[in-house]
Design a protein around this ligand. Structure first.
Ligand SMILES: Nc1nc2c(ncn2[C@@H]2O[C@H](COP(=O)(O)OP(=O)(O)OP(=O)(O)O)[C@@H](O)[C@H]2O)c(=O)[nH]1
Ligand SMILES: [Mg+2]
Length: 206
């Protein structure tokens, strides 16, 4: 079981000189615009409004850092979470898209303290071409990746397991590496933390 002791906003940044200093292990959340990145951070930190959530795609436009103190199996951990802007936001201008992409890739390539990247897929929609390209990109940059299928609550319970099997085929990944999640049902919170904390400092991928 996970116990969140504290969760707090640290800083907003758009370029490396604005990234927070220190040695805290960091985890970033990537995914399509509106997939539920910010909601996942709220669910993981057991806070309703730590991060702003919206029905309007393209809500998150900067890098937002949060520090979390937590306890798991009697052990204390401090983890820094980075909420990234989503990709594939159709209504953004070309210039905006290019600027966001630059902001995200600079972070993903340069951030030394980044221990793992949570790649979020919409369980109902399945992996989009952008999602698959992002997984390839992260793999090419040797990032440790945790794939999480969110909005599982939108599928009735009998559809969930078969859907995960379909998703694993569509992503060409073993079934065990795709974690089911729902921010509304608080499904998968312990499992995602377990997977994240279990990999820090290890050389293998999640
Ligand atoms: N049913 C359901 N809806 C969810 C879930 N997670 C997020 N949502 C909804 O999806 C919408 C987008 O959620 P956000 O968390 O803002 O998504 P985001 O990926 O941060 O979006 P951007 O910041 O625009 O990239 C909101 O209306 C949320 O309430 C979930 O697990 N289940
Ligand atoms: Mg967001």
């Amino acid at each position: 079981m996970i116990k969140i002791l504290d969760a707090r906003f640290v800083v907003t940044a758009v370029e490396p000189k604005g990234y927070p200093a220190g040695h805290t292990a960091e985890v970033a959340f990537v995914g399509r615009s509106n997939v539920g990145k910010s909601s996942m951070i709220n669910a993981l930190t057991q806070r309703k409004k730590l991060v702003r959530v919206s029905n309007t795609p393209g809500r998150t436009r900067t890098l937002n850092f949060f520090d979390v103190d937590l306890e798991r199996d009697g052990q204390r951990h401090q983890v820094r979470l980075c909420d990234l802007p989503g990709y594939g936001f159709a209504k953004a201008s070309k210039a905006d898209k290019a600027q966001w992409e630059e902001m995200i890739t600079t972070y993903l390539e340069k951030r030394h303290r980044l221990e793992a990247v949570v790649s979020i897929i919409d369980a109902e929609v399945g992996p989009t071409p952008d999602d698959l390209a992002t997984l390839d990109y992260l793999q090419a940059h040797n990032r440790r990746i945790l794939v999480v299928a969110t909005k599982m609550d939108r599928l009735n319970k009998a559809r969930r397991k078969p859907r995960l099997v379909e998703l694993s085929k569509a992503m060409d990944l073993p079934l065990e590496v795709i974690l089911p999640f729902s921010a509304t049902e608080k499904l998968g919170v312990d499992e995602v933390w377990g997977a994240l904390l279990g990999t820090f400092g290890k050389a293998t991928r999640v």
